[in-house]
Design a protein around this ligand. Structure first.
Ligand code: PLP
Length: 376
């Protein structure tokens, strides 16, 4: 991933493309394609395929555990982050008077379960100030009634990276709330220290370079009782086929309760292969190689006539930079014409820099962006 040879070998579709959109869709290495082929071969064995499926499941959980700083039995895998959050909302068993803190830099999946009319808790919105979520703005929202604080470690919107230890300290000091952390825009890209998180959630089709259809869930054993999901299903239940199965359903506590039915094995094979790949390269090495590119890009963006949405604070930057421009769509079209791929959405352009990107990618982007800004 980090050398020209490895890039060419493992990511052949990146040849000749300036791909800066991993925050939307990561490009999987060929090893992930091979794993999906393996899934098909194993599936062709019918019921005998369940043994290799289970081996991939165990390996995917062990690899996820390593990245989350947990043990494999503290990991669950569902089908997407949104599913994980909805199951978490069920587990929370909220009542009138409860409060949940969401924030305005978050992806909808992390906030909207608590905005539904059927949710009895009252949402409180932690609002960003010039693109930054400041802990001093969180503190006044925390009360004895706060049940949950949900936040992304790195914002999908502008790449702002929260100071997790400070958030954990504030939540512990000022409320009895649980803290849910979405690491979708960080996992596989920056080293993580998730101590203090009571629930960890991640999608699998972005920076970890796996496929769609995965939702990684981490529940520290100490929080298993709080995150016991009262959902129907079978994979999540203690004794789904027991003699008393039509009398009551008892959920497995913690992470195991987040997989309600048959696991999405194609995604599991892809997750296993992708995390093996990322582990082989090393997240610390990915970050060390890539961070200078992000900071160089930020330095260039600061000089341009754009509305930079990412705060100019290196300690709060991971792999994403974003800006607004009234002609964002026209700029996007020009970049695409130069085979430069970034995200364009509602007047906002987002640049994502991963381990397979190079200094040339950033130089080309900056050059074409300058040209586009001069002509739109
Ligand atoms: C922080 C974050 N969480 C979750 C998601 C996606 O959620 P899901 O896996 O439910 O599609 C995204 C997608 O952009 C995201 O940026």
């Amino acid at each position: 991933m980090l050398t020209a040879d490895a890039r060419q070998r493992d990511f052949p579709t990146l040849e000749g493309r300036t791909y800066l959109n991993s925050a939307a869709e990561g490009v999987p290495p060929l090893a992930v394609g091979e794993a999906l082929q393996q899934y098909f071969r194993d599936k062709q064995l019918g019921m005998d395929g369940r043994k290799p499926h289970a081996a991939q499941w165990d390996a995917a959980k062990a690899l996820t555990a390593e990245l989350f700083g947990l043990s494999p039995n503290e990991i669950g895998i569902c089908s997407c982050s949104s599913e994980a959050y909805n199951l978490a909302a069920l587990a929370l068993r909220q009542k009138e008077g409860d409060e949940v803190v969401v924030n305005d830099l978050d992806f909808p999946a992390g906030a909207t379960p608590w905005l539904q009319p059927s949710c009895p808790a009252t949402p409180r919105v932690w609002r960003n100030r010039t693109g930054a979520l400041r802990v001093e703005d969180l503190v006044p929202l925390l009360t004895p009634k706060t049940r949950l604080v949900t936040v992304s470690l790195v914002s999908f919107f502008n790449g702002f990276r929260i100071a997790l230890p400070e958030v954990v300290a504030a939540v512990r000091k000022h409320s009895p709330a649980l803290l849910a952390v979405d690491v979708t825009q960080a996992l596989g890209r920056i080293p993580l220290d998730l101590r203090g998180a009571d629930l960890i959630v991640s999608s699998t089709h972005k920076w970890i370079l796996a496929s769609h259809g995965g939702g990684l869930v981490g529940v520290p054993a100490a929080r298993a009782a709080e995150w016991t999901v009262p959902a129907g299903g079978w994979f999540n239940l203690e004794d789904p086929f027991g003699a008393n199965r039509f009398d009551r359903a008892i959920s497995k506590p913690g992470a195991a309760g987040f997989t309600v039915g048959m696991p999405n094995y194609p995604a599991i094979y892809a997750i296993r292969a992708a995390l093996d790949y990322i582990r082989g390269v090393g997240v610390a090495k990915i970050d060390a190689a890539t961070r200078p590119l992000v900071l160089a890009c930020l330095a260039e963006l600061k000089k341009l006539p754009i509305d930079l949405l990412t705060p100019d604070e290196p300690e709060h930057v991971a792999g994403i930079l974003a800006f607004r421009h009234p002609k964002a769509e026209a700029i996007h079209t020009k970049l695409l014409a130069a085979n430069i791929h970034v995200m364009s959405h509602a007047g906002r352009l987002r640049i994502a820099i991963h381990g397979y990107n190079t200094a040339e990618d950033v130089e080309k982007l900056v050059k074409e962006l300058k040209g586009a800004l001069a002509t739109v």
